[in-house]
Design a protein around this ligand. Structure first.
Ligand code: AMP
Ligand code: GLY
Length: 419
């Protein structure tokens, strides 16, 4: 069978790389892919009819990477005609509406910070004036990871309400906001693969969301990641899977919106109590968490995807992982996440890299024999090592071999350091 991966990021390159190693997979296509992937199709990720025709003609199982096609209903539209892996539109509400997700967690007794939803900015401001708690303000809908403001004081919170609800900086995504109690602690990404009844967890991973070292500066799509994470003590991993991931899947099934696909819970382990809280759900694989996870996965991912679609995940054993740690350092165009250059020629991609190194492409474009930059996050340089320290060293050795223009590339120097 062939695979068609929808998306163009590092996550999609890593998924395709892993799936291409399966005995059951013949050819991997990408729609639209990037400068590091081959068999790229020139269709938009939301051109569902072209994706469907190609998949039918070429015997492809479709794996959807990003949230946009999922939240626009690609699975609902295509699943009668082809095999497609991902949640339905109804199930994507876990990511597409923060107020829905929060309500869902409250109803189902899934641990999440205290919250209130508002559709009236004046009522939201009254709430801010009348509380002593530290707050986080969240646009209800999708906002490319930018609709969350972690507030230092009341002024930040009032500005966030203005920006999201009055100036509509995220359009209709800001019609409703969630005001949440701010927690302090370490974050970890828990991801599982589900067929609607059963969920099989991935290894733990962590990403680094802020642009600068020591977790400072604005949020980005993710500047690097690593696996495993030691934030969840080994003896509480199963308990967290039961109380968060399994509970989520069972409640979604009970609500007649079964969740099939990769389910991602962004957790914070609260510093004082060591209790886990769900800060967000994503209805897809994490990017860049996917890159180290794919490097560490021993099992054949194709079997798990196939059994998720057919509802038979319970017939498979737990996923197996290499003991090695993996670190992914994202190389970005300088200026990201605000303005940055594009079309710089990338040098050094043909350097000698060990078998333990994989350069996953994201914002790149192939032009004849050259690879050009084509986005903020350009490459995810990923290394396997016997432990986090070694994986880190190897990843940064590889990063040093890659350049585009004088001082145009930017990367954090502390990826994997706090693991
Ligand atoms: P979200 O999209 O809801 O995960 O929020 C994006 C980021 O904002 C998270 O990864 C956290 O770093 C931060 N954040 C969100 N909610 C909270 C919270 N209640 N307390 C502290 N930080 C938070
Ligand atoms: N790395 C965070 C995300 O994929 O949303």
């Amino acid at each position: 069978m062939n695979i068609l991966i929808v998306g163009s990021g590092g996550r999609e390159h890593a998924l395709g790389w892993k799936l291409s190693q399966s005995q059951s997979v013949n050819k991997v296509y990408y729609c639209p892919g990037n400068g590091g992937t081959i068999n790229n199709l020139p269709y938009s990720i939301i051109d569902f009819s072209k994706i469907m025709s190609f998949a039918i003609k070429n015997n492809c199982l479709v794996v959807v990477g990003p949230e946009e096609p999922l939240t626009k209903g690609i699975v609902n539209e295509l699943s009668d005609r082809i095999s497609i892996f991902g949640p339905t539109l109804e199930a994507t509400r876990l990511e597409a509406s923060k107020s829905f997700a929060k309500q869902f967690m409250k109803q189902n007794n899934i641990s999440t910070p205290e919250f209130t939803s508002f559709s009236d900015p004046e009522k939201a401001k009254d709430f801010v004036y009348n509380t002593d708690k530290s707050l986080v303000i969240k646009a209800d809908g999708l906002a490319a990871g930018k609709g969350v403001v972690v507030c230092e004081n009341k002024e930040d919170a009032l500005n966030a309400i203005d920006s999201i609800m009055i100036r509509k900086n995220f359009g209709n995504s800001g019609n409703v906001i969630v005001i949440e109690e701010r927690l302090f602690g370490e974050e970890v990404s828990l991801i599982g693969i589900s067929d609607g009844n059963t969920i099989i967890p991935m290894a733990t991973a962590q990403d680094h969301k802020r642009i600068y070292d020591n977790n400072t500066g604005p949020n980005t799509g993710g500047m690097g990641s690593f696996s495993p994470s030691n934030i969840i003590p080994i003896d509480s991993f199963n308990d967290i899977i039961n109380k968060i991931m399994k509970k989520t899947i069972h409640a979604m099934k009970k609500n007649n919106t079964p969740f099939v696909g990769f389910l991602y819970a962004g957790l914070m382990i609260e510093k004082d109590t060591q209790k886990p809280y769900v800060l967000e759900y994503n209805v897809r694989m994490g990017d860049p968490e996917c890159q180290p996870l794919m490097m560490r996965m021993k099992s054949d991912l194709f079997n798990y995807i196939k059994c998720s679609i057919s509802g038979t995940l319970d017939t498979l054993p737990p996923l197996e992982w290499y003991e090695n740690a993996a670190v992914c350092v994202v190389m970005a165009e300088k200026g990201y996440p605000s303005t940055f250059e594009k079309r710089n020629v990338i040098h050094g991609l043909n350097s000698t890299f060990g078998d333990n190194i994989k350069i996953f492409h994201a914002g790149t474009l192939r032009n004849d024999n050259e690879v050009l930059t084509d986005g903020g996050r350009v490459l995810g340089v990923t290394a396997l090592g016997k432990d986090l320290t070694h994986a880190r060293l190897e990843a940064y050795e590889a990063v040093k071999k890659i350049h585009w223009g004088k001082n145009r590339e930017y990367y954090r120097k502390d990826i994997g350091l706090n693991g």
